[in-house]
Write a protein that binds this ligand. Structure first.
Ligand code: ADP
Ligand code: MG
Length: 693
C-alpha cells in the first residue's frame, strides 16, 4: 500500500487551488492526474523581473519592472480603443495599456498620485514607453511580494500560465518530509540537494543555468527516477526467481528429432544462445533471459529448442506472439518440426472460441499438448496448463513487464525467454529489462546475401514499377509497403487501396492487399496466397512489419520511406533477404524531406547492422520513442533524459542491485526509504512484490 506520507501528493488535480473541474482536466492532459505529476512538470524557462531600469533606459521588447507614479487615467476614445494609464518617473513617460478593462477596477488598481511597481514587457511607441496589460501591479510598499523570477512551464492551450503556476506552487506546499533514499556518501560526492530541496529549486530557478538538465537539482531528480525504475526491475526479477526454480534438463531426444528435420545447421550464435538457455533452464533458479537478434537471425529455432527441452522433461512450453498473424505463422513454421518430434501442439488466439477452444483447453490441462502457441489469449484466466515449464515471448517490446508476470504466474517457476527482433541500444536494454540476462544472435544464418538498398525519388515511380515487373517476370515476389499517415488509419487505407488498384492495372490480379482493418481471416488468406506464390506483389500497410516470413520474397518497396522511423524501416527491410536469393529494398522518398529524414535514409542505405541502426535511432529520436514507450507499457521517464543523464543509469542499476541484495524486503532504514521512492514514482506493482511493513 502507498505510504500515508504520500497521500497528499496523490490528491487529484481538481483539489488544488485554481483548478476547477474544467481546468483540472486540461492540466491532467498536460501533466497527469495527481498533484505529484505537477511536481514532475519542470519549468522550461524563466521570466526575470529583477531588471529594474528607469523609463528612459528601458529597452524595447524586454520584461522590466518599473517604479512609477500614476499621473492620469485616460478612458478609451471608443469601444475599440484601449484604456490608458499615464505614469512617469523622473526620466520619462510610461503608458499602461488595457483593452476591455473596467474603469472602476483600474481606478482602484492604480490610484491617481500613488507610486506603484509595475512589471511586464515594455515597448517603445514613438517617444512613449508602453506596457500592454502588465503582469504585475503593486503599491510600492508591497514590492517584496513581487515574484522576481517566475518559472515558465510547458503549456497547453486553454490553461492560463498563472493558474498552472499557482497549482504547481500548491503542489510544492504538499511535499512531505521524507527520509533520504539515496546513499549518503554518494549524495555528498555529487553535491546534490535533498529531494524536497531539489524539487523546490527546480521549480524556482533563479537563472537560466538552473534550467539545465545537468544542474544539481535536476540531476538528482533524474537519478531518483532512474533508481526507482531500476529497483522496480530488480524486484520484479527477484520475484520471478524467488519461487525455487526447477531444473529442466531434457535428454535431448526430441531436440535431436527436430534438428534432423531442419534443412540447415544451427549457426554458432544460435548454438551459443542455446547453451546459455539450457544452462539457465537446467539450474534450479528461474530463467529470465532476453534473446536479442536482428530480423532473420533465426530466433524461432532457438525458441523451439527451448520449448522441446522442457517437453522432454514432461513439462509444457508456451510461445506467445504479439499478433494473430505472427502466432499462426509461428505455428506453421513449427508444426512440421513438432510433428517430426512427435510433440502435441495447438494454437490459441482470441479468435478461437466455443467448442474448438474448449477442446484445446482440455488437451492443455491434460498435458496432451506439449507446446501451445498463441497471443495474449494465453493470459486469460481460464487457460490452465497441466505443467507449464517454459514461456517464450516473441517480440517483447510490445508486451509490458506486467504481462510477463501474468504469464509466469501460469505455472510453478516458469522459465521465461523473451525474444526481441528490435535491437535495443545497451543503455536502453537496462531501463527496459533491468538486469535480465542477455543472449545476442549476432551471426546471420549461412548463405544470406546482403540486401541491396537504394533510395529513389517518388517521381520515378513509373521506373520502379517497370523494374519490379521485370523482376516478377523472373519469378521474384515483392512487398509494397504504403505510407503510414499518422493518426488516420482511414487515410493509410485509402493510400494502400489506391496503390493496390494502380498496381493491378499494371500487373493484373496477381497483386494482393493487406491492411490492419481487414478481418483476421481475410488477412491470413491474402498472406497465405503471397506465401504460396499465388500472388506476386503484396501491397500492405505496416501490418507486415513484425515477423512475417516469406523467404521467397526478394523485393521490398517502401513508399514515402521518409515517413518511417529507422527501427521500422529496418524491420520492414528485414522481411526480405531471408532466402538464398539476392534481395533489393527500394526506398521511395519525397524529395522535400527534413534533415533528420535524410539522415535516416542514409543510415538505412549504408548498413544492415541492427545494433548500429538502433544506436543511430537513439541519437536521432531519443529514448522514449526508440522503446515505443507509449504503446508498450515500458517506463517513460518524466525527469530523466537518457541522452543527457545516460551516465547515471549504470550507477542506478548497481545501486539498485546493492539495495535489493542487501535488503531484499526493503525493510531496513534505507530500504524503507526506497519503498517510498517506488510509490512516489508509481512503481506500485513492483512494490507489491514485497512483504508489507
Ligand atoms: P527471426 O530471428 O527474425 O525470428 P526466423 O527465426 O524467422 O528469424 O528465421 C529466419 C529464417 O532463417 C527462417 O526461414 C529460418 O528457417 C531460417 N534459419 C534460421 N536458422 C537458420 C540457420 N542456422 N541456417 C539457415 N537458415 C536458418
Ligand atoms: Mg521471429
Amino acid at each position: 500500500m502507498r505510504p500515508a506520507a504520500l497521500f497528499p501528493l496523490f490528491r487529484p488535480l481538481a483539489s488544488l487551488p485554481g483548478l476547477g473541474p474544467k481546468l483540472a482536466k486540461l492540466a491532467e492532459k498536460l501533466t497527469g492526474p495527481h498533484a505529484v505529476d505537477l511536481l514532475w512538470h519542470l519549468p522550461c524557462g524563466i521570466i526575470d523581473r529583477r531588471f529594474q531600469p528607469k523609463i528612459a533606459q528601458a529597452p524595447h521588447g524586454r520584461v522590466a519592472t518599473l517604479t512609477v507614479r500614476v499621473d492620469q487615467h485616460v478612458p478609451p476614445l471608443g469601444p475599440r480603443y484601449p484604456y490608458k494609464v499615464r505614469c512617469t518617473d523622473e526620466t520619462g513617460v510610461l503608458e499602461l495599456i488595457y483593452f476591455h478593462a473596467r474603469a472602476d477596477w483600474l481606478e482602484r488598481l492604480l490610484p491617481l498620485g500613488r507610486t506603484m511597481v509595475v512589471s511586464g514587457t515594455v515597448e517603445w511607441f514613438q517617444e512613449t514607453l508602453q506596457m500592454n496589460h502588465p503582469d504585475a501591479v503593486l503599491p510600492e510598499d508591497q514590492r517584496d511580494t513581487l515574484e522576481v523570477v517566475e518559472p515558465v512551464y510547458p503549456m497547453t492551450a486553454g490553461l492560463p500560465a498563472k493558474t498552472l503556476r499557482r497549482a504547481v506552487k500548491a503542489a510544492l506546499d504538499l511535499i512531505p518530509d521524507l527520509p533520504e533514499w539515496q546513499d549518503g556518501p554518494w549524495l555528498a560526492r555529487q553535491s546534490w540537494p535533498g529531494w524536497a530541496d531539489a524539487l523546490r529549486r527546480a521549480h524556482n530557478p533563479d537563472t537560466e543555468s538552473e534550467l539545465d538538465p545537468l544542474s544539481p537539482a535536476r540531476r538528482r531528480l533524474a537519478y531518483d527516477e532512474l533508481l526507482a525504475n531500476q529497483v522496480a526491475l530488480a524486484l520484479v526479477r527477484r520475484q520471478q526467481r524467488k519461487l525455487a526454480g526447477r531444473m529442466l534438463a531434457g535428454d535431448g531426444r526430441l531436440r535431436a528429432k527436430a534438428l534432423a528435420a531442419l534443412p540447415f545447421r544451427l549457426t554458432g550464435s544460435q548454438e551459443g544462445a542455446l547453451a546459455e538457455i539450457f544452462a539457465d533452464m537446467g539450474a534450479d533458479r528461474r530463467m529470465l533471459r532476453l534473446l536479442q537478434g536482428d530480423v532473420g537471425s533465426g530466433k524461432t529455432v532457438v525458441a523451439l529448442m527451448a520449448l522441446l527441452n522442457a517437453v522432454e522433461t514432461g513439462a509444457q512450453g508456451a510461445l506467445m506472439a504479439p499478433t494473430e498473424i505472427l502466432a499462426r505463422q509461428h505455428a506453421e513454421t513449427l508444426a512440421p518440426l513438432l510433428d517430426a518430434a512427435g510433440v502435441g501442439w495447438a494454437v490459441l488466439t482470441g479468435r478461437d472460441k466455443g467448442k474448438a477452444r474448449a477442446a484445446v483447453l482440455e488437451r492443455l490441462a491434460s498435458g496432451d499438448i506439449g507446446v501451445l502457441i498463441g497471443t495474449h489469449a494465453l493470459f486469460q484466466e481460464d487457460v490452465g496448463f497441466h505443467d507449464l515449464g517454459v514461456a517464450v515471448i516473441d517480440e517483447q517490446h510490445r508486451f509490458g513487464v506486467h504481462q510477463r508476470l501474468q504469464l509466469s504466474a501460469k505455472g510453478r517457476a516458469v522459465d521465461v525467454l523473451v525474444m526481441t527482433a528490435t535491437p535495443i541500444p545497451r543503455t536502453l536494454t537496462l531501463t527496459a529489462y533491468g538486469d535480465m540476462d542477455v543472449s545476442r544472435l549476432t551471426e546471420k544464418p549461412a548463405g544470406r546475401k546482403p540486401i541491396q538498398t537504394v533510395t529513389v525519388a517518388l517521381d520515378r515511380l513509373e521506373e520502379v514499377v517497370a523494374g519490379i515487373r521485370r523482376k516478377v517476370a523472373e519469378g521474384a515476389r515483392a512487398y509494397w509497403v504504403c505510407p503510414l499517415v499518422e493518426e488516420s488509419e482511414q487515410v493509410d487505407l485509402a493510400a494502400a487501396t489506391e496503390r493496390h488498384a494502380f498496381l493491378r492495372a499494371g500487373f493484373g490480379d496477381r497483386v494482393g492487399l493487406v491492411h490492419g482493418k481487414m478481418k483476421a481471416a481475410d488477412k491470413d488468406a491474402v498472406m497465405a496466397a503471397f506465401a504460396e506464390g499465388r500472388l506476386d506483389v503484396l501491397v500492405a500497410t505496416t501490418v507486415i512489419e513484425v515477423g512475417v516470413n516469406v523467404p521467397e520474397a526478394t523485393v521490398m518497396v517502401i513508399e514515402h520511406a521518409e515517413r518511417f522511423g529507422l527501427a521500422q524501416l529496418h524491420q520492414l527491410r528485414g522481411r526480405v533477404g531471408r532466402g538464398a536469393a539476392a534481395s533489393t529494398c527500394l526506398l521511395l522518398f519525397d524529395p522535400h524531406l527534413t534533415e533528420t529524414a535524410r539522415q535516416r535514409l542514409k543510415t538505412i542505405r549504408e548498413t544492415e547492422d541492427g545494433f548500429l541502426i538502433a544506436e543511430e535511432d537513439l541519437r536521432l529520436r531519443g529514448a522514449g520513442e526508440v522503446l515505443g514507450t507509449r504503446q508498450s507499457g515500458l517506463p517513460s521517464f518524466r525527469l530523466a533524459d537518457l541522452e543527457v543523464h545516460g551516465d547515471l543509469l549504470p550507477v542506478a542499476r548497481d545501486d539498485a542491485q546493492l539495495i535489493v541484495n542487501k535488503d531484499p524486503e526493503l525493510s531496513g532504514p534505507r530500504g524503507q526509504a526506497v519503498r517510498t521512492l517506488l510509490y512516489l514514482f508509481e512503481r506500485d506493482a513492483a512494490a507489491r512484490t514485497l512483504r508489507s511493513g
